[in-house]
Design a protein around this ligand. Structure first.
Ligand SMILES: [Fe+2]
Ligand SMILES: [Fe+2]
Length: 406
């Protein structure tokens, strides 16, 4: 396999020098290039493939936002990161959408290496390059018009409530993914943190949320179909129910607080790959093609033969690219077959997998398989929780969300 090409761009020669020195150990694994400013970076880009670009923001001539947008035009498959010091608020807004992650200077070399490595690892799990490009080009994820309207309405009232905003964001995968990306990355201060919905809202604040939402390039708003819910509505509702169920399982399993939060986020976002498979274009505006999600859902095998990858791998790449937490990314990647995951079993994945099986058994009884039958028993045994599954099933079967159709 060819080494990934990683291009670092900064107008300060001593900074590039420092990066070159600190990253020496990566020479065997990455083909690294260092460009002193935007022009030089574009010359390098025209010479061949760039897998990852890491650019400073403030540079004379062409700044980071201009450079990344030129790169997005020339090589839309490129992973675009910013590595910058303190950024003006207006510059941060320009970088949202055009960059996938924002890392604040000074940044530990280990942190930067881990971020690049992890993104490449989940990109490469999507074998089809066209699909990789679709994910890295995605700007407008489809969200439900009703959720979007509720968000805008709440930001406009005289005393907006962070709790209500968090609840709205927690009920829509496109809103959640975008706000978690922006809050968890360093666009507006603290970077590299793994916010809950409430923390993301608190960190961004009402004004920024309203400003981000008002950017036409952020969300593709899909009206609910008059017949009472198109495929997007069903997909979004499925995420919401799964999020509540995964949280309940994580709580019942006495997971630590971070794992409970990760299970809640991963439950909502586990099928986000369908949004990317739908390619986020207006093709989805009538709800007719959300990547095949709907009553006649495909098998993962048929997704792979049509798209060259399945929604779990695609969703995990999107989440990794946007810098969501490791636990969330892995839970998305392995939610259908957790025993294929080679690492130690972990709570968020266990919770999402169990929750989904319980929900599917409840809402798709026609398939005539019990929740336990649907579960990956090898994985649950490895996680040491097989004795507790029956308890979760009975607990969740009486829960409130069981009344809502996904
Ligand atoms: Fe699902
Ligand atoms: Fe799924």
């Amino acid at each position: 396999m060819m080494k990934p090409v990683v291009l670092f761009v900064d107008d300060e020669p001593h900074l590039l020098h420092g990066l070159r020195r600190n990253l020496r150990s990566m020479r065997d694994r990455w083909d690294m290039h260092f460009a002193e400013g935007g022009r030089e970076a574009l010359v390098r880009t025209d010479q061949g493939r760039i897998d990852v670009i890491i650019s400073d923001m403030r540079m004379p001539g062409m700044d980071g936002a201009e450079l990344l947008s030129a790169i997005a035009d020339r090589q839309p498959r490129t992973i675009r990161f910013v590595l910058s010091g303190q950024t003006e608020e207006s510059d941060a807004f320009r970088l949202i959408g055009i960059s996938h992650q924002f890392h604040s200077k000074p940044c530990e070399t280990e942190t930067l290496i881990a971020a690049i490595d992890r993104t490449l690892q989940f990109r490469d799990a999507v074998s089809d390059e066209t699909l990789q490009t679709r994910v890295s080009s995605l700007q407008r994820l489809p969200c439900s018009q009703a959720n979007f309207d509720a968000l805008i309405a709440e930001t406009g009232v005289s005393d907006p409530s962070a709790e209500r905003l968090a609840a709205i964001v927690a009920s829509d995968m496109a809103l959640a993914a975008r706000f978690l990306q922006i809050a968890g990355s360093g666009y507006f201060g603290v970077g590299d943190f793994e916010p809950t919905f409430t923390q993301a809202i608190g960190m961004l604040g009402v004004e920024r949320i309203a400003r981000i939402a008002s950017n036409e390039d952020m969300f593709l708003r899909l009206p609910s179909s008059e017949s009472g819910g198109g495929r997007l509505d069903r997909l979004v509702q499925h995420g919401v129910v799964c999020s509540q169920a995964a949280r309940a399982v994580a709580v019942a399993a006495e997971s630590d607080p971070e794992s409970i939060e990760a299970a809640t986020v991963a439950g909502l976002l586990h099928d986000i790959g369908y949004l990317a498979l739908s390619d986020g274009s207006d093709r989805a505006s009538d709800g007719s093609d959300i990547g095949g999600y709907g009553q006649e859902r495909r098998s993962l095998g048929s997704e792979r033969s049509e798209y060259g990858s399945d929604h779990a791998a695609v969703g995990a790449y999107l989440a990794a690219l946007w810098g969501l937490s490791e636990a969330v990314v892995k839970a998305i990647a392995h939610h259908h077959a957790p025993s294929a995951y080679a690492g130690r079993p972990f709570a968020a994945l266990t919770a999402v997998h169990a929750a989904e099986c319980i929900i599917e058994a409840r809402f798709r009884p026609a398939e005539n398989r019990s929740a336990v039958d649907r579960m990956d028993r090898d994985y649950l045994a490895a996680a040491g929780v097989q004795d507790r599954v029956a308890g979760w099933v009975s607990q969740l079967s009486t829960s409130r969300f069981a009344e809502q159709a996904p």
